[in-house]
Design a protein around this ligand. Structure first.
Ligand code: CA
Length: 228
């Protein structure tokens, strides 16, 4: 069950929102101002936050940017409530890191629908993200973003080097011939020949430093990523 946080100073609206969300099976916690909201958000993990823009003391924009600064909170979907449908408020809200906004007055049904779709989007993002990730040895390869972390530190590879490393890492323990490697990466940034596979592998090993030995040369055949 998704756990939601509502940060809204007006009691009537706060209750209206929480009533409707609870009716739809969500677990809801409530805060009356920005400070209380941030406090709750620190203590607990929420799947989504509904945040009023106009709050006494710290306003919704500040709360939103505070949440986005926190590495653990930066991906929580935030729906901002704005009193006026003025573009400037909406733009500021989105710039401060909100994912969506609803202008008051709103119908509870619309709110629930927006909450559902924001939750769907974020759970989708998570699974997509996982699917695009290969973790092996000390390496984390994000194939969607073309980023590689080695023991938590980013390393920079050319497109071809990236393609080869990704190919080997997807199949640890399996030996691939130079031709198989070429078939996989060809067209990335320039034509790859058998000889240039050797050069690319050399380059990758160099960039992996001490961990360069996770790519093994199999004499007479080709290369493989060491199994874990
Ligand atoms: Ca308010």
């Amino acid at each position: 069950m998704a756990k939601l946080l509502i940060i809204e100073d007006e009691a009537d609206i706060r209750e209206l929102i929480s009533f409707n969300l609870e009716m739809n099976g969500y677990e809801v916690q409530k805060a009356r101002d920005g400070e209380e909201g941030l406090d709750l958000a620190k203590k607990s993990d929420y799947d989504l936050i509904i945040l009023d823009l106009m709050l006494p003391g710290m306003d919704g924009l500040k709360v939103c940017s505070q949440l986005r600064k926190d590495a653990n909170k930066k991906d929580i979907p935030i729906i901002m409530l704005t009193a006026k449908s003025e573009d400037e408020d909406i733009i500021k809200g989105l710039e401060s890191g909100a994912d969506d906004y609803i202008t008051k007055p709103f119908s509870p049904r619309i709110l629930v629908a927006r909450v559902k779709s924001a939750l769907r989007r974020s759970s989708h993002d998570v699974s997509d993200h996982e699917a695009n990730r290969i973790s092996i040895h000390d390496l984390v390869i994000d194939t969607a973003r073309h980023e590689i972390l080695l023991a938590g530190e980013p390393i920079i590879l050319s497109a071809t080097e990236f393609g080869i490393l990704q190919f080997l890492a997807k199949n640890p323990g399996w030996v691939f011939s130079r031709n198989q490697i070429i078939d996989f990466v060809k067209g990335e940034d320039y034509p790859v020949t058998a000889r240039s596979v050797d050069v690319q592998i050399l380059g990758i090993r160099k960039k992996l430093g001490e961990r360069g030995n996770i790519i093994e040369t199999v004499r007479g055949i080709g290369y493989r990523m060491k199994g874990e």
